[in-house]
Design a protein around this ligand. Structure first.
Ligand code: HEM
Length: 388
């Protein structure tokens, strides 16, 4: 068999390529990229299983998710893996990014690897945003109302993007179909395409290793196969066991079916968007656009162009005072805002509860008009506690 394959495929060449030594001092942090890849595959596999029983329509989506959780064999477990896997993915990709920053691995010649990575980060967040609507429960619906409204505040293209996402002027059946298509077709293609380019670049330039490597050390570490692959696989197994325990023992929330007339609902995005959501509360009225558009966009652009802005010699983070300060401020800011967002009491919206007449006019498939949404969604006030 081996001879048969050897005569037809360049197996020996492939094996000697895989056995090439990595740089010395590669530590566990260098497995985070492989863990991110494992999670992407796990999300694709569990998502494909969920799609067998899901139906992307406002009439059936919520029932379908209940059916998956209660009736489909292993449905609850697979939904749990997909749900907790999504959160793990955001954490692991964020840690992977920090590892790259820690060792300055984004510097020449790996700038493109970094740029592709930033697009991957956006795709991962896109998966989270589009997937959140799919159960069509209260939190899914209202978080999407807020998210799409935030997109609409962008100058020039904002309203257009919001309309494309909604599939019209309201969040309803077309929105759900679009989010489903983005979540299951567009984003996966994009993700696997970008991962392909990312990995090609990683292999092409070779691992950057840590900053204490001498040029000699760069070629004399352990081989990628089997040593590094073995460590990566152990990491994947540990991660899978953690996710499996979460899927078995921590229930995945599912609220009541979405009710577009429920103006009292306290909308909250998934935890990894909470820092943005909390940021919005500090910018009211004419300054709103700072929180909804300017700060997030400038932040993302700075991240994207980081390798071209920071052109100093490669060094570990704690020996680069400016980079260390900026990274610490960003990480503390994001974590702090997330904690504040998670612990803040119900947002105080202006009293926009529909009158009896208005309530009767809005059927569950309809949503308030765009103008109503703008008022409902953005009139956040900091509570007295937060102001203090
Ligand atoms: C789905 C998301 C991602 C996947 C699957 C992924 C995968 C990987 C893998 C397998 C490696 C090689 C092993 C390692 O160094 O850890 C790697 C390296 C790298 N990644 Fe990612 N990555 C992702 C996201 C990102 C992000 C968000 C960034 C930064 C913005 C990034 C930047 C880099 C860079 C610069 C390297 C080269 C590091 C070096 O040579 O030391 N990646 N990635």
């Amino acid at each position: 068999m081996k001879q048969f394959l050897n005569e037809r495929l360049p197996l020996d060449g492939m094996m000697s390529h895989l056995r090439k030594p990595l740089p010395k001092h590669i530590n566990l942090l260098f497995s985070l990229g492989s863990l991110a890849m494992f999670l992407l595959l796990l999300q694709a596999a569990t998502g494909a299983f969920l799609a067998l029983s899901y139906s992307p329509s406002p009439e059936h989506a919520h029932n379908a998710v209940q059916y998956i959780s209660n009736e489909v064999p292993f449905g609850k477990f697979v939904r749990g893996l997909h749900h907790w896997g999504a959160s793990a993915m955001v954490i692991i990709v964020f840690l992977h990014l920090l590892r790259v920053v820690l060792y300055g691995s984004y510097k020449k010649p790996r700038e493109l690897t970094w740029v592709v990575g930033v697009f991957l980060l956006l795709v991962v967040l896109g998966f989270g945003f589009t997937g959140y609507l799919l159960p069509w429960d209260e939190k899914a619906y209202w978080a999407t109302v807020v998210g799409v409204e935030i997109a609409s505040t962008a100058p020039v293209l904002g309203e257009f993007v919001a309309k494309v996402l909604r599939g019209g002027s309201e969040i309803g059946a077309v929105t759900l179909s679009r989010f489903y298509a983005l979540h299951t077709i567009w984003l996966p293609w994009l993700a696997f395409g970008l991962v392909g380019v990312h990995l090609f670049l990683v292999r092409y330039y070779g691992s950057s290793g840590t900053t204490k490597n001498t040029p000699e050390d760069m070629k004399t570490g352990k081989p990628f196969f089997p040593d590094q692959v073995f460590e990566d696989v152990v990491g994947m197994l540990i991660l899978f066991v953690i996710l499996a325990c979460a899927a078995l023992f921590v229930p995945v929330p599912l609220e009541d079916v979405a009710d577009p007339t429920n103006a009292d609902y306290d909308p909250r995005p998934e935890w990894y968007f909470l820092f943005l959501f909390q940021l919005l509360k500090y910018f009211q009225g004419p300054f709103e656009i700072l929180g909804t558009f300017i700060i997030p966009t400038v932040g993302m652009l700075l991240l994207l162009f980081l390798p071209f802005l920071d052109r100093k010699e490669r060094e570990v983070l704690w020996k680069r005072p400016v980079a260390l300060t900026v990274t610490s401020v960003c990480v503390i800011g994001i974590v702090g805002l997330t904690i504040l967002g998670a612990s803040s009491p119900k947002l105080e919206t202006q009293d926009t509860t529909p009158t009896e007449n208005e309530t009767q006019q809005v059927t569950p498939q309809e949503t308030p008009t765009e103008t109503d949404e703008e008022e409902d969604v953005f009139d956040f006030q900091l509570t007295e506690d937060e102001l203090e």
